[in-house]
Design a protein around this ligand. Structure first.
Ligand SMILES: [Zn+2]
Length: 269
């Protein structure tokens, strides 16, 4: 079995002291590839460095998260364009809209989002999309720009929102949110609406540690080694064997992001 964690924030300070061990545990847990999420110019640069230095099964995204949209200008988009051409960069993002925290004003968020949609179209790479409480506006913008090669990362929304993304052709990223009995229970049923060839798995580490882990982990930090737990939750919800869902989601990730695979091994520190 081989898994791909399509979203892990491995440049986060939470991993400063033991990233090597985190990667070893991921490898032991059959997580063969990890896509390191870029959330700003600086973090994207670090994600690329990590993917270059650490090993050949780490990849990177480069983008500006909506939280940082107020600082996004022509210079940042030019910098992003440079980074985006790097061979290890497999997607533009994460980018999108976040009307939940509203760290940046909505007009700034939309401008920064659209600039990244245009960049992705220009260079022909898929998008790693973030949307929180921003539907239907988020869907409208995607439709206007005819975006289809993308993943709705960490999907937490409802049925209408899900089907609007599926209609556009988007992939759907499922995190440990589905293990959250307070906020994620609706996903147990909704995940059945996602066609098998559009489903992706992610941890969104260090965030979203599955709430139903037993025994409860001492550290609250999530890590890619916990992806099989998300896999099992999804497989249970779908009533399918985990091996089947693993093979399918790995195929999907490799196909959307064009990941090169080293068959002989998995992530090594
Ligand atoms: Zn996100």
């Amino acid at each position: 079995m081989q898994l791909v964690d399509i979203g892990a924030n491995l440049t986060h300070p939470a991993y400063r002291d033991d990233l090597g061990e985190v990667l070893q545990r991921a490898s032991a847990a059959t997580v063969a590839s990890i896509i390191v999420t870029g959330t700003s110019i600086e973090e994207s640069r670090r994600a690329i460095q990590l993917s270059e230095l650490q090993n050949e099964n780490l990849f990177a995204t480069c983008g500006i998260h909506p939280h940082h949209a107020r600082a996004c200008d022509a210079t940042s988009i030019a910098a992003l364009r440079e980074l985006a051409r790097h061979a290890r960069v497999v997607a533009i993002g994460e980018c999108g809209l976040d009307f939940n925290r509203n760290y940046s004003p909505h007009p700034d968020q939309e401008k920064c989002f659209v600039a990244q949609l245009e960049l992705a179209c220009e260079i022909g790479k898929p998008l790693f999309l973030h949307s929180r409480d921003a539907f239907p506006r988020f869907g409208e913008i995607l439709r206007q720009h005819r975006i289809s090669k993308a993943v709705a990362h960490c999907f937490t929304g409802g049925k209408t929102e899900l089907h609007s993304y599926l209609d556009l052709g988007l992939y759907v990223g499922i995190t440990g949110w589905i293990c959250d009995e307070r906020r994620g229970a609706h996903l147990l049923e909704l995940v059945r609406d996602v066609p098998a060839d559009r489903l992706l798995l992610e941890t969104d580490s260090p965030y979203l540690t599955p709430r139903d882990l037993r025994p409860r982990p001492k550290a609250r930090r999530n890590e890619p080694a916990l992806l099989p737990h998300v896999l099992r939750a999804v497989a249970r919800a779908l009533g399918r064997p985990p091996e089947e869902i693993a093979a399918q989601t790995t195929r999907n990730a490799r196909s959307l992001f064009g990941l090169t695979v080293r068959e002989s091994g998995s992530v090594a520190a």
